[in-house]
Design a protein around this ligand. Structure first.
Ligand SMILES: [Fe+2]
Length: 302
């Protein structure tokens, strides 16, 4: 656990953080990483809140397995927590197929970490999760003592993505809406999985709030004085990535699989690799290449 700013804490690890926003009346946790991180969050919570107290709300930036994985586990320990997310998030969670695939991915990571003993079957049951608070663009959640969260709809990474701006700290919790910094250089890996256009638009929507601190969903906190450069890089690296995909697609006569292999060799097995699990990198890259390919084919038809 570490304190990022006054009343804003990071629980768990840098790779899979959960964030805690503390107001005088209410406590909000944002995201609950993969299930195997659950015991770690549980250990960190009393360091901030004292023994036996959990957050009042658990808001989610989006429904990916590594942002919602430990939610049932935390609810077992703190049943009074109210779960929040976008309307699309709620709709997705209600689908059995989505719940099953989230459960499978989380169970696999728990097994890999040899942590089976910490869990009961219900910790992987995402079907019972009810979204008590539907969050939408412009909602302002007052936590008391001048602490609040403003909801920004930021689709593009996924269609259910939200970001949370904290006006009192001029900080934003962005989930994966702005990309991630996977390597040791400052390259921002674009994370547009549902819509390229919405993704770029969402970067601008967050940028307009002029945050001074950006908390990304994995690895990094972009600090005071670095945000402008980060936003520029997030956009420029995204444009360059798209152009590279388009170029490679043309060269390979639109064979998506070949493009994925080529980019994987160039991007992953270099200094930039390392931090993101290769399977996740590959899954995301495949979706991105497909999205751009679909756009190019659409252009051609149009
Ligand atoms: Fe994600």
């Amino acid at each position: 656990m570490d304190q990022i700013l006054k009343g804003l804490y990071r629980l768990g690890s840098r790779e899979f953080p959960a964030f805690l926003v503390v107001g005088s009346h209410h406590l909000v946790q944002v995201d609950a990483g993969p299930a195997f991180m659950g015991p770690g969050y549980l250990q960190d919570l009393p360091k901030v809140l004292g023994k036996g107290r959990g957050p009042d709300f658990l808001f989610h930036t989006h429904s990916h397995f590594d942002h919602i994985g430990s939610t049932p586990f935390l609810l077992r320990h703190f049943p009074e927590i109210k779960v929040g997310g976008s309307e699309t998030f709620a709709r997705r969670l209600s689908r059995t197929k989505t719940g099953n695939s989230i459960a499978d991915l989380n169970r696999a990571l728990v097994r890999k970490s040899n942590m089976d003993r910490e869990f009961i079957p219900g910790d992987f049951d995402y079907s019972f999760l009810t979204v008590k608070q539907i969050l939408k663009e412009g909602d302002l959640i007052d936590l008391g003592g001048g602490v609040s969260l403003e909801v920004i709809a930021t689709p593009g990474h996924t269609s259910d993505s939200l970001s949370f701006f904290l006006p009192h700290l001029e900080a934003v919790l962005a989930g994966d809406a702005l990309g991630i910094i996977p390597g040791d250089d400052s390259w921002v890996a674009p994370q547009f999985l549902s819509s390229y256009e919405n993704y770029l638009d969402s970067i601008e929507r967050i940028r307009k709030r002029a945050p001074k601190t950006i908390l990304l969903g994995h690895h990094s906190v972009v600090g005071q004085g670095e945000c402008e450069r980060f936003f520029n890089a997030a956009v420029a690296d995204c444009l360059a990535f798209r152009e590279m995909i388009e170029q490679y697609l043309k060269e390979s006569e639109m064979k998506e699989e070949m493009v994925v292999q080529r980019i994987q060799a160039a991007e992953y097995h270099t200094l930039r690799g390392g931090k993101q699990p290769e399977a996740a990198f590959l899954l995301n890259l495949t979706a991105q290449v497909h999205l751009i390919s679909k756009g190019m084919k659409g252009d051609r038809v149009g």
